[in-house]
Design a protein around this ligand. Structure first.
Ligand SMILES: [Zn+2]
Ligand SMILES: [Zn+2]
Length: 246
């Protein structure tokens, strides 16, 4: 994310090399990154920590449990910056609120970022980053409502997950459980149930490569109340990481 003159990365789920390439396409060099923020230790969120930690001074923000889970897998100690879940902190132009989400990791969080002032060149804005959660507790829903930019998961199509031949039943149960992931229907219904949202843009991401389909997501979320008039919705292609407007 680039905002208020800062470039930050939320989660680093690809190898350092791949991330560097993707960042380059966005006009950001890995050396130019100001910080990385980690939601939890799962590999699809942390695989790039090793590669990016070669930029010795780059700060990695995470909570204690996430760091404890990751550090044994790393040779070097990244420049960890510890935050406490539920306690706001600042970095550069941002005020950051990390909040708990229900997911099967040590201490998984979502982030609410706020920045800007009442100033034409630096208007106030906010972003909520909410991926990897089995259901949406009330407090998380409130963060989602307040965000001008919302990044939320639409992980799987329930039918495709049900019919997937590769995943054993136990894993399917984990994915759809209270500490798993939100399906397209879960996310759609949750967004529909929110009154008085501040959304300008919604990004749907963390789509399962096997158990979801961009076309299905586009069709479904094009029917979101307010989509195209009050806000615009994008879906992030899990293969290319590019966002496609709905
Ligand atoms: Zn996860
Ligand atoms: Zn994940």
């Amino acid at each position: 994310m680039q905002a208020a003159g800062s470039s930050i990365l939320i989660d680093a789920g690809m190898s350092g090399k791949k991330l560097e390439l993707l960042l380059k396409e966005e006009g950001v060099s890995a050396e130019g990154l100001d910080a990385v923020f980690l939601t939890h230790e799962h590999n699809d969120h942390s695989a790039g920590v090793r590669g990016l930690s070669k930029f010795g001074r780059l700060p990695f923000f995470a909570n204690q449990d996430t760091i404890q889970a990751l550090q044994p897998k790393l040779q070097k100690r990244p420049n960890w910056k510890i935050f406490e879940t539920g306690k706001q902190f600042s970095f550069g132009p941002f005020t950051i609120h990390p909040f708990s989400v229900p997911h099967d990791a040590y201490d998984p969080v979502g982030f609410f970022f706020e920045w800007g002032e009442d100033d034409l060149f630096n208007p106030p804005s906010s972003l909520a980053w909410v991926t990897d959660l089995g259901y949406v507790p009330t407090l998380v829903k409130e963060r989602i409502r307040q965000a001008k930019i919302l990044v939320v998961e639409a992980n799987h199509c329930s039918k495709m997950l049900e019919e997937d031949p590769k995943r054993p039943w136990s894993l399917k149960q984990r994915i759809r459980g209270r500490h798993g992931h939100l399906s397209n229907d879960n996310t759609f219904d949750m967004l529909e149930s929110i009154e008085g949202s501040c959304w300008e843009k919604i990004f749907l991401m963390h789509l399962s490569k096997d158990c979801n389909d961009i076309t299905k997501v586009r069709q479904r979320f094009s029917k979101l109340k307010g989509q195209g008039s009050r806000f615009s919705t994008f879906v992030v292609d899990p293969t290319t990481a590019k966002s496609i407007r709905i």
